[in-house]
Design a protein around this ligand. Structure first.
Ligand SMILES: C[S@@+](CC[C@H](N)C(=O)[O-])C[C@H]1O[C@@H](n2cnc3c(N)ncnc32)[C@H](O)[C@@H]1O
Length: 195
């Protein structure tokens, strides 16, 4: 309930920067990380973690030797995430803007990552912010790396993600309120990361 109230308050104050009335359900959170091979250590970035429903799955399931970097711009959410997941080995909460991802990784000695999991309101970001985020994702992912984007608008943005990535699949998740889904993407198109 605390998460719901905090989330709703942020939505009412910040609107499109939050872009959702409530945290993702456990079903949608699990679907978002379905691309990850839990048997192998990997480097995973989560962008826009909110109150941490997806972070919780990552903290529980990441293989030993993995590294999980959680980026959240809102200071209240970032504080809550640190309280909740501060003890998780190899998980770090970074308060900052997803646009600066490449620099955050450089500062931590991380070259390329295996997976980016995004709860960002990507379609409603201002155009230049979206371009910067997609560019940073393209610079940070390994060639075979995946970008996994939560949505509460099933299928609506398939065209957008196909313009941004070479390979896009969509999975519907009806057990969320509202019903949602995940875009599983690979291969940032160079033109998707340019104005
Ligand atoms: C729709 S909420 C998703 C929260 C969570 N992943 C979930 O599924 O419940 C979007 C989150 O993205 C964060 N956010 C928005 N723009 C951001 C940015 N440029 N950099 C980092 N976080 C951002 C917001 O503060 C918010 O916590």
């Amino acid at each position: 309930m605390r998460d719901f109230t905090l989330f709703l308050g942020k939505f009412l104050r910040h609107g499109t920067a939050i872009a959702s009335l409530a945290p993702s359900s456990r079903w949608l959170s699990r679907a978002t990380v379905a691309n990850i091979d839990w048997a192998r250590p990997s480097v995973i970035v989560e962008l826009g973690a909110g109150t941490g429903p997806v972070t919780r799955v990552l903290a529980r399931r990441a293989a030993p030797g993995s590294r999980v970097l959680v980026v959240e711009r809102d200071p209240d959410f970032a504080r809550l995430l640190r309280e909740r997941f501060g003890d998780a080995p190899a998980l770090e909460v970074i308060e900052g803007d997803a646009r600066d991802l490449a620099g955050m990784l450089r500062d931590r000695g991380v070259d390329r990552v295996d997976h980016v999991v995004s709860g960002l309101p990507t379609p409603s970001l201002p155009r230049d912010a979206r371009r910067d985020v997609i560019r940073a994702v393209g610079e940070s992912l390994k060639p075979e790396g995946t970008f996994n984007q939560i949505t509460e608008m099933p299928w609506v943005y398939l065209g957008l993600y196909r313009r941004l990535f070479r390979e896009v699949r969509f999975r519907f998740e009806p057990r969320n309120f509202p019903p949602g889904g995940v875009y599983y993407c690979r291969g940032v198109r160079p033109e998707g990361a340019t104005p």
